[in-house]
Design a protein around this ligand. Structure first.
Ligand code: ADP
Ligand code: MN
Length: 334
């Protein structure tokens, strides 16, 4: 058994997110609604009738959901066996025995696993940032945030970034950033809130301005993310869900040695987390870490729900459409 520790390289969000010794899993303090959403999506995954020919299913864009832990349970067994045996994904008994709310940890695939020097960007989606359960005070506050940020104008806003220091950061106001261990920088939520429609593209350029990667590799990253956004857009048009204030998490490898090792081969979609563990080529895993050099994922479902019969989620679809335009422009210019 091994202790958990704080998750490194978080781009945003609350404190208290943990990982295991091998950094395979993420333990995130959660609320009942997020848990319910992951379970509902997992159930849809098991019922094959739901799959629409051709489109990438929604769960492929989400971190693999592995289960739920009580606050008291702070240790995880060693090794990846935890995935299939120790953390059942639907353990009713454990769940019923605890209070609802913030004492629960949701167990997810660590999306950073396999990366050596990840750069991470969290983009919050949607113009409307609250759901029907919010208090009037909260609605007022979040309306104000939306009105005064790109959430209102573009339907998305940068929540935060965690990235390796790069030259393009020099011009950024010190109030927006914290220098971290290992030459990393954290750009806080006020950076994202202060972006405008006019300069949002610059902010994405800062994210991709790795000093360690060649311009060819950076160009490839932008194209790959653009393609992913197009695929995600198609997914979202087929899904009847409401995902208020969920985020897109963009991750890319900043370590050129991993690019060399993988011969610049990236894949559009992440590997299947559970299968990749046992069928995988251990030798490859040891020398190059994971098999992807970047990924795009949907996270943060504290205000998400299935919405059968309600059509697609306009807030999220509009956000992704505007991001597609932005990435199209980024690709042309580089
Ligand atoms: P919160 O409810 O605190 O906003 P989020 O789900 O938005 O939590 O996560 C906050 C941050 O934690 C994200 O910006 C991301 O950097 C990190 N994070 C969340 N889930 C994962 C995951 N499965 N793998 C890796 N990092 C994650
Ligand atoms: Mn969040």
């Amino acid at each position: 058994m091994h202790q958990t520790k704080e998750l490194r390289h978080k781009a945003a969000g609350h404190d208290g997110t943990l990982t295991d010794k091998d950094e395979l899993l993420v333990f995130k303090p959660t609320v009942q609604q997020e848990l319910d959403f992951y379970k509902a999506i997992q159930n849809k995954m098991y019922s094959s009738e739901e799959s629409v020919e051709g489109d990438v299913p929604l769960y492929s864009w989400m971190p693999t959901f592995l289960g739920v832990l009580d606050e008291g349970f702070r240790e995880v067994p060693e090794g990846a066996k935890v995935l299939s045996t120790v953390v059942p994904s639907d353990d009713g008994s454990r769940e019923n025995s605890t209070d609802i709310g913030d004492k629960k940890y949701i167990v997810l695939e660590n999306l950073l696993h396999g990366f050596s020097q990840p750069n991470v960007l969290d983009v919050k989606l949607g113009k409307v940032l609250y759901d029907e359960n919010a208090s009037d005070e909260k609605k007022d506050r979040l309306n104000q945030v939306s009105r005064t940020t790109t959430s209102g104008s573009l339907g998305f806003r940068i929540c935060g970034m965690k990235l390796k220091k790069n030259a393009s950061l020099n011009g950024i106001d010190a109030a927006y950033y914290e220098t971290d261990d290992d030459d990393y920088v954290f750009l806080n939520k006020f950076y994202g809130r202060s972006r405008t429609k006019e300069n949002i593209e610059e902010a994405f350029c800062v994210f991709f301005a790795s000093d360690a990667l060649s311009s060819e590799r950076i160009k490839k990253l932008k194209r790959t993310f653009h393609q992913r956004l197009q695929l995600l857009y198609n997914t979202l048009l087929e899904e009847e869900v409401r995902m208020i204030s969920c985020s897109l998490l963009l991750i890319y490898e900043g370590d050129p040695e991993r690019w060399d090792a993988l011969k610049d081969q990236d894949s559009l979609l992440r590997d299947d987390f559970i299968d990749s563990g046992d069928e995988g080529d251990d030798e490859v895993e040891e020398t190059v870490g994971g098999r992807v050099l970047s990924s795009l994922s949907l996270i943060d479902f504290a205000h998400a729900r299935l919405a059968p019969g309600e059509g697609y989620d306009e807030g999220v679809v509009d956000a992704v459409e505007n991001l597609m335009t932005l990435f199209h422009d980024l690709c042309i210019k580089s």
